[in-house]
Structures are given as C-alpha cells and as structure tokens.
Design a protein around this ligand. Structure first.
Ligand code: TRP
Length: 478
C-alpha cells in the first residue's frame, strides 16, 4: 500500500549500509562517549550497565523498529508520517500531534548538546596547539601536553568550566556549524560524513581502548563495569537514568529515527537493521566505558565525576601515550564529527516541521531555530560558573541538586523522551493497523513478530510508565 503513495521527492539512502551507517551516525555521538560513562559512573557502574543493556534490548530496539517503520511507511517528516499511519488506521490524527512532545525534547537536547560539543571543540583547539608545539620541538610523536603534569592536564576541564567566555565561543561555533549544515540541506553531507567517519571513528576508539586497557587498570575498570550490585540495579533512580540513557543514545523518542526511516528503501529489513543499530550503538558505549574507566582507576580519579569524566581521563591517557598528541587530536576531531552527525539530525526535525507546516524557507527556519537554541544553551553555559548555585527544580525529587544544565539534560532524557516513547509504543502496539505495521517490520517469518508485538504493546508501555512514575516519585515505593 505504501508503495503506491506518491513519492515526496526525498531521495532514498543510496544503499542499505548507507542507511544503517547514517542511523548509527545519529545514534553514536556524545551520548556514547560522554554521557554513557558519566551516567554509568554516577549510578554504580555495573548495576547501571546491566539495566541499560536490558533497556536497550527490551525497550529501545523494539521502539527503534516502531519509529523507523512509521517513517518508511509514511516517507515524510515525523509528524506527517505518523498522521498518515493514523489516518490509514482510522485513528485520530491527534496521535500524530503528540509527536510534538518528542520534537520539543530533541530541540531542548540540542541546547546543551551543543555546549558539550563546544568542550570537544575546545580540546581540538588545545590539542591542535599541542601538536604544533611537539612538531616545532622536533618530537612529533610525543605524548599529549608533555609540557604539563598530569594534574595540569586534568585541570583543563575545571578551568574551562570557570570561563564562560571561552565556553560560549565554542558553543557558538558548534551551533553555527550545525545550523549551516541544516540550512544547506542535510542529506548529501550527512550521508557522506557518516559513511566515512563512523568506521574511522570506531577503529580509532578501539585502538585507544586497547591502549587504555594495557596501560591502565583494566581489571578495576572491567570489574566496575561488569560485576553488578543487584540491589543497586533495582533502585528507581538507576532504572530511570538507564532508560533515559537508552532513549538518548539510540536517538529515540524525538522522531529522529522516524525521519531516517523515511529514507530507507522498501527492500531494507527494518527488524534486522533495528537490531544492528542497537547493537552497534551499545558496543560503542561499552567500548568507550572500557577506554575510560581503566584510566579513571589508574590515575586515582573518582568514577562518579559526571560530565567532566571524558574530558579529564582521556587527555590524561593521551598524556603518556606514544604519539599521544596526534592520537588526542584525531580522537577529538572524530568525536566532533560524531557529535555533528547527531546535532544535525536533532535540528533537522524541527526545521523540517517549520518548512512543511508553515511553508517557511529552509534557511529561515534553520536560522531561527539555530539562533534560539544557541541562546537557550547559554543558560547551560552559565550554570557551570556564574549560575552554578541555581537549583531551578529544587522542589522536584530527583532534581534537588540539579543546576540548569542538569535540568535540561534530566528533563529531556529522563522524562520527555521516555514519555514520547510510551506514546509511540501505544500507538504502534494498539492503535495502528496491525496488517500495515506487520508488513513493515520484515519480521513476518519466524517467531520474532509476536515477540516484538508483545514487547511494544505490553512491556514497553508498562515498564516505561512504571519507571517514569517511580523515578519521579521514589517515595511511592519506599
Ligand atoms: N544519540 C545521540 C548521541 O548519543 C544524541 C541524540 C539524542 C540524538 N536524540 C537524538 C541525535 C536525536 C539525533 C537525533 O549522541
């Protein structure tokens, strides 16, 4: 049926691997390198990792299939595709308007994502200077920041946090780059970048992990990530953080994967690709954890340092690594591309909406949204210095100690994305026409279809609802 729809003129991804790589490009980003280790470290390590993997397998991957199938079926932007499926299922198009929650969540994610990507830019700047310095000194293969002590290397991050001007400039540059790419139209650029950068990134990360494992305290790092304290794993805080991280890392809940699904060809088996994308994204997160925690323990840092973790431990590792200056620069450049392939799709969703709904010119829509997300992001910049003492949601449990940055991160990741995923699960599991949905899954032969239907219709809504409820109101069960 969908095949008879007039094409919306959007080109398909040029091949199935290109679709997978682009979706992985959206999924793999700062969520894996920066947010996953920070969340795991703050929530008991292995307890978090265990719950996280269960969340990805039982909730994330099934919802990834649900989102991509809405997109491929509709072949249009997020909300229009959902509206089409609702109409064909004789359901209210009100279902599609709920997608607005996800769109807003993604827009708010972008405000602080760009701030963190700005930190990456700052480290490109310092490690670029470092490479020039080592070359000038005739030692191009020296370790990173060899003119500094390890303590001074670690101090770079707190120093940056204390400097709102540097942070704003970096945030501005990243926001402008994201806006520029989206204003130009993302398809060609993103696909090319994803196809080349993602494999390169993966190989470099693997190399750094092996080095970290050999030189760091691998046993302590692995024990921290893989020997769970089961009592900790069932704490509502840990469950809620892990669920939020699964949504964040897989780019779920906001419609990005609906938009990407629209570019998958009819031949793509969405059930299979959802599994591949989830597995790839989770592997990158775990490998990043294995690069970071052995170093954390060997240099005596605390694993629960939160957002600073990646920017203090990796430079410390590059410090002593042969050719660490070059490796450090390469790592941050690739991390920047991983962030850019994600940020571009975060901005694309709301831009496409303004273009489609209000017939706005693309450049205008991207410019407006780009300027405003930069300005909102300034609140996060200031929450590390001038407004460090503000606790905007002090009265809300789970947010008592959160600054503005934590509030943007927590409200989107722990509340809005899961809420939007809950609505998607109910829509696909209960409301949408079964036959239309099943045809899109690619799971018809074999036992997977009923399992997937069960996960989407029953497990996802119930588990997400309970985790949201107890995560927000832990007093209900204590
Ligand atoms: N998954 C991305 C990462 O891990 C971040 C992200 C969250 C995202 N939601 C998204 C990216 C939506 C693109 C679209 O870094």
């Amino acid at each position: 049926m969908a095949a008879n729809l007039p094409s919306s003129g959007q080109p398909n991804w040029s091949s199935k691997p290109a679709f997978i790589l682009a979706a992985v490009g959206s999924a793999v980003g700062l969520g894996n390198l920066w947010r996953f280790p920070a969340e795991a470290g703050a929530n008991g390590g292995a307890a978090f990792v265990l719950v996280y993997i269960l969340c990805v397998a039982l909730i994330g991957a099934p919802l990834l299939l649900a989102e991509t199938l809405i997109g491929r079926h509709g072949q249009r932007s997020t909300i229009t595709s959902a509206a089409l499926l609702a109409r064909q299922s004789k359901a209210s198009s009100g279902w599609a308007s709920l997608a607005v929650i996800g769109m807003i969540a993604n827009y708010l994610i972008l405000t602080f994502y760009s701030v963190v990507a700005g930190w990456v830019l700052y480290f490109i700047w310092t490690s670029g200077g470092d490479v020039l310095r080592t070359i000038a000194a005739g030692q191009p293969f020296a370790g990173a920041y060899s003119n500094l002590t390890v303590e001074q290397v670690r101090q770079q991050m707190p120093d940056l946090f204390a400097d709102p001007v540097k942070m704003s400039i970096a945030h501005f540059i990243f926001a402008a780059a994201t806006t520029y790419v989206v204003a130009r139209g993302v398809k060609g650029g993103i696909e090319v970048a994803a196809v080349w950068m993602m494999p390169a990134f993966f190989i470099l990360l693997l190399g750094i992990t092996v080095y970290a494992g050999v030189t760091g305290d691998f046993a302590a790092g692995a024990a921290f990530l893989f020997t769970p304290d089961f009592a900790r794993a069932v704490q509502p805080e840990v469950l809620n953080s892990a669920l939020g991280q699964a949504f964040f890392s897989l780019s779920l809940g906001g419609g990005a994967m609906v938009a990407y699904g629209a570019y998958a060809s009819r031949e793509t088996n969405l059930g299979q690709t959802s599994g591949i994308i989830s597995a790839a994204d989770t592997s990158v997160a775990i490998i990043a954890g294995l690069a970071i925690f052995p170093i954390v323990f060997s240099v005596g840092l605390a694993p629960d340092a939160g957002p600073t973790l990646m920017f203090q431990t990796l430079p410390a590792a590059f410090h002593s690594m042969p050719a660490g200056a070059l490796v450090g620069l390469a790592f941050f450049v690739l991390a920047l591309f991983a962030a850019l392939t994600s940020s571009v799709s975060l901005l694309e969703i709301s831009t496409a909406y303004l273009v489609e709904r209000f017939k706005m010119a693309r450049v205008m829509a991207a410019g407006l949204l780009g300027t405003s997300f930069f300005l909102i992001g300034m609140v996060s910049v200031l929450s590390f210095n001038i407004w460090a003492d503000h606790r905007p949601l002090a009265m809300v449990p789970g947010f008592t100690n959160a600054n503005w940055f934590d509030v943007f991160d927590g409200v989107t990741g722990r509340i809005l994305l899961p809420l939007s995923g809950l609505i998607t699960a109910i829509f696909i599991g209960w409301v949408a026409d079964r036959k239309l949905v099943n045809e899109e899954t690619g799971l018809q032969s074999g036992p997977l279809l009923p399992i997937w239907r069960f996960l989407v219709a029953w497990l996802c809504p119930i588990a997400v609802f309970l985790i949201l409820l107890f995560g927000l109101f832990p007093q209900l069960i204590s």
